[in-house]
Design a protein around this ligand. Sequence first.
Ligand code: F6R
Length: 615
Amino acid sequence: MCGIFGVTGDSRTTELLIKGLKRMEYRGYDSSGICLVNGKRLIRKRAVGPLSNLEPLVEDLPNSECGIAHTRWATHGAPTKENAHPHFSKDSKIAVVHNGIIENEVELRKKIKLLDDGIAFESETDSELIAHLLLIEFENSEIDIKNAKEEEILSCWKLVLDKLEGSFALAVVINGRNDFILFARKFAPLIISHDGERGILASDVSCVVGLTEEVFYLNEGDWGILTNSEVQIFNVDGEFVEAEAKKLEWKLGEAELGGYPTFMLKEIYEQPRVVRDCLRGRLSRDKIKGFSIPFNPRLLRIVGCGTAYNAGLLARYYIEQLSKIPVILDHAHEFRYGAPSGPKSLVIGISQSGETADTLAAIEAAQERGYPTLGIVNVESSTIARNVDSLLGIRAGPEIGVASTKAFTGQVLGGLLVAMKLGQLSKTFHREDLSYFDRHARMLPTSMERMLNDQNIKTKLWEAQQYFIDKNHAFFLGRNTSYPIALEGALKLKEISYIHAEGYAGGELKHGPLALVEEGTPIIVIASEGSSHKKLLGNAREVAARGAKVIFITHQEDDLADSHADLVIKVPRTHDLLQPLLYNIICQLLSLNIAEERGCNVDRPRNLAKSVTVE
Ligand code: F6R
C-alpha cells in the first residue's frame, strides 16, 4: 500500500526522505516521489518503478529542512509519473501526499471546478484535489501563506479535512514555509515523532526505527501541524490533544536481513523464537494467563483476511473442539457489511499489521453493535491493537516479507491460547489436558529448529520442487485441522510463485475439483489426525489414480502415508494441536524454493502490498 514519510527541522531532509522510502519498500509500490520546500519553490521529483529510478533524480538537489515523500500503490489511475505523489495545487504552491481513498472525489472535483475554473487537474488521482482545496481555502481567507500564522493555516486545513469523506493519511507542505508539515489521519495509519529539533511523520512504524525512540500514535480523525520545534495534535472536534509519546516496540536489527538472502527465509527461520515468545508468561501446566477474554461468550465470531483468515479457521477448529462454543468465521470484508444476528458474541479480529482496513472496519462494526472485541495482533501499537477491548499480542516481531509466514504461527498460537482459556472456563479442557499440551509446547521450538536444519527434509523439499517444473496448477488437500494449512499452503504458493494453487478440504474433491486433476498435477496432501487421516489417504489414492503426483506431508510416526504418495515429507511428531504448525513450515519452504527457482522476488510479489490499508 502507499507509504508516507515526512521530515522537518533537519538539513539532511533528502537523505532522510530516501531512507524512509527505502524502509517502506517492503510494503509494495509502483512509483515514488519527494517534494522539498526550498527558498522560493517546491522541488518535486517523481519516478515510476523501483526507488532506484528516483534516487538519481534527487542526488544534486539543494539543501532543504522540510520535505515529504511517498511510495504509491495505484488505486486511482495507472502507475504513471503524473499520478505519482506528491501532487501540486495550482501554481505549485502546495504539495500533498496521501494514503487512502477520497470517496466523494467526483463531487469535490466538480466543486473545485466551480470555485476556480482555472484549475487544471494534472493527475487521475483523488489525492490531487486536496492540494487544490487547501489553496482555495487560503485564497478565500485572504491570508498570505508565506507570512500566515499557524492558527490561520490550521483553520484552513481543518476546513479542508471537514470536506473529505473516505480514508486518508495526509502530509502537506507549502511553498515558502520550510518550518512545518500539516498532517491528518482517518482510517489510515500515521505516526509522528519529535525530539525537540526534528519532526518526522510516517505511515509505518518500521520506517522510524533507528531514527527515533518514541512516537505519538494518532487516533482516528486526529490532525495538526508538525513544526521544527513541536507537534500540535487536534481531534476531530478541533480540540487540542495532549498526546503521550510511546516507546517504539521494535529495535533496528529486527527489521533487517541479518545475513539471510530474503526476509521470507529469515522470517520462516524465526518461527521457533516466535513460539517461545508468544507462549512466554501465558502458558503453564495448569493455567492460561497473561491476557483477558472480555466476555464469557456463547458464540464467537472471528474475522480476518488472507493468512489471518486461515489462522482464524484453525482457531475455529480449536475453539469448537476445546470449549464446545460454536464459532462463525468471516472474511473481515464480508462481516463489516453483514448484519450478524443471534446472541451477543465475542468478536475476535486477527491481523498481523493491525492496520488492515477491512479488519479494522469489522472490529468497529462489531463495537457499534455492542459486541466485545479481542484482537490477536502482531503490531501492538497498531490501530486494531489499540481499539479492541482486549489484546493478545503474538510477539512475532516485524514481518517485512509481503507473504505472511511467522505471523501465521503466532496467530494460530494466539487462537489456541484463547481456545484453551475458553475450554477451561467451560470446563471442557481439563488440567491434565493442559499439562500434557504444555509439555509438548515447550519442546515445539526445538522440534522446529531440528526440522528447519534437517538435511533429509531439505533433500525431500528439493525433490518435491521438481514436480512443479513447468506446472501452472497445483492443489493442496487437508481435512479438519490440516484444511486451514491446505488453504494457507495454496495461498503462499500462488502469491509468491504465481502458480495457480487451490486449497481444498479432502471431502470436497469429488464435488468438482477432481475434474482438474490430470497427468502430473502436483497435489500436496497434508496429514490430519484421527479418522480423517484415513480419509485423506483415500483422497491421495483418488488423485494418484488420475495421474497426479502426490506429495504427502505428515509426521514421523505415520507409516501409512508411504504407500499412498510419490513423495513423503515427514516432520517431528508433536501434540495433535501443534502438528499443523510444522506442516505449514514445510509448505512455506516448498513455496519459497519453487518461487526462487522460477526467479520470483519472494519478498515483494507482484501486485501485492504488505499492509492493505485501503478497502
Ligand atoms: C498473505 C498475506 C495476506 C495478509 C492479509 C491480512 O501472505 O500476507 O493475506 O495475511 O492481507 O493482513 P493482516 O494480517 O496484516 O491483517
